[in-house]
Design a protein around this ligand. Structure first.
Ligand code: FMN
Length: 362
């Protein structure tokens, strides 16, 4: 309540990108002050066997992860466990550092409980990220690194670019996500094509085998593909040992959504996050889940603000979840509230853990 009634109105008066950086910098400081982070962590973490989730080699203490894009440069990697997240996906990172699109490039659309995002993969590059990852001490909640192609390359160059980035980053991550769905860079339509995704997965799977690494590989897709393509995507994932599909990234095609914000509020370039990602997202999760038949896990992301939102995605077929916008709108107790609510919802329906509820309404 304090966050929503007092702090958020103050934060939301300031430029969104400035606040974004300021919050991460603050989290980095707080998470390094051991006694303080211990107290916060104790207050915000919900420990319950109902919430534990296993995906491949990974165990998450709860299903709610931080989605990519909040901490692109791995500035506050220890903060997310402190805030109650079960895991965190950091990045997206590209092989070469890049400035992203010109500012302004982030806008709030509160009537739609969302954001318009036009960062364009701004990040400090793979080598810098690795320097930071090397400093993280064990034990810690699992974290993944989302990798994406450096802007301005041809399709063939992009595959090589992903591969080099994977080689540099994968030894220091618990899992790697191939982001094939950033809606805010040149050529983004091309690298979301099935033919490209197939070639990329084959390359990365071969590379993984030749490097003899056990790192888990996820893929993150967009919400704007034709429904049949999601079936094809699942098949390619199974063939190439992709462990989980993260569904979905920001909405790029605005013809697919019905915003309540007015034209002026929406008159910015970029992909949309939050509530507007939600509806089609549930259908996509169900489709992926049915096709995957347990051979690939689904991670649901888009418009999760409450335990009920989270539970809907689990029952649609998501084994784990991610969020960004719900945290920005809901503040530091968001994850605790979702996890506590999930335990209650699972108990009410007679389930003993998340796994038992997955796909019950797919
Ligand atoms: C500010 C911001 C930056 C983002 N940057 C990335 C990114 O770099 N890579 C990525 O895969 N997704 C990125 N996303 C998409 C989110 O990870 C997520 O898929 C999307 O916002 C839907 O979830 P939400 O409604 O919980 O925010 C970004 C989202 C936001 C709000």
């Amino acid at each position: 309540m304090f966050y929503q009634k007092i702090l958020r109105p103050i934060l939301f008066k300031t430029d969104p990108e400035k606040i974004h950086h300021l919050v991460i910098a603050g989290l980095a400081v707080v998470s390094k002050i051991k006694p303080l982070s211990f107290l916060i962590s104790n207050y915000l973490n919900v420990k319950s066997s109902f919430l534990e989730v296993k995906i491949g080699n990974l165990t998450f203490s709860n299903p709610v992860g931080l989605a990519a894009g909040f901490d692109k440069n791995v500035t506050a990697p220890l903060a997310y466990e402190m805030l109650g997240f079960g895991y965190a996906e950091l990045g997206s990172v590209t092989l070469i550092a890049q400035p992203g699109n010109p500012k302004p490039r982030l806008w709030r659309i509160p009537k739609d409980k969302g954001l318009i995002v036009y960062y364009g993969l701004a990040n400090c590059g793979a080598n810098k990220v690795v320097e930071k990852l090397k400093k993280i001490k064990n034990p810690h909640a699992p974290f993944g690194i989302s990798i994406a192609p450096t802007t301005g390359l041809t399709l063939t160059q992009m595959i090589e670019d992903y591969a080099k980035c994977f080689e540099i980053v994968s030894p220091y991550a618990d899992y790697i996500t191939l982001n094939v769905s950033c809606p805010n860079v040149a050529n983004c339509e091309l690298f979301a094509q099935i033919s490209f995704i197939r070639e990329l997965m084959e390359k990365i799977n071969n590379l993984k085998n030749s490097l003899n690494t056990t790192v888990d590989i996820f893929i993150k897709i967009g919400p704007d593909m034709a429904m049949e393509q999601y079936d094809e995507l699942v098949d390619i994932c199974i063939k190439n040992n992709i462990l989980a599909i993260i569904s979905t990234n920001l909405v790029k095609n605005r013809a697919n959504i019905s915003p309540v914000s007015n034209q002026d509020e929406l008159n910015h370039p970029g992909g949309i996050s939050g509530k507007l990602v939600d509806d089609k997202n549930l259908d996509i999760i169900k489709r992926l889940y049915r096709r995957a038949d347990g051979k690939v896990k689904i991670i649901g992301v888009g418009g999760i603000f409450t335990a009920e939102d989270a539970y809907k995605k689990i029952k649609a077929g998501a084994s784990a979840l991610q969020l960004v916008t719900g945290f920005i709108y809901g503040g530091p107790t968001t994850i605790k509230n979702i996890n506590q609510g999930l335990v209650d919802l699972l108990k009410k329906d007679g389930f003993k853990n998340i796994d038992e509820a997955v796909g019950k309404e797919a």
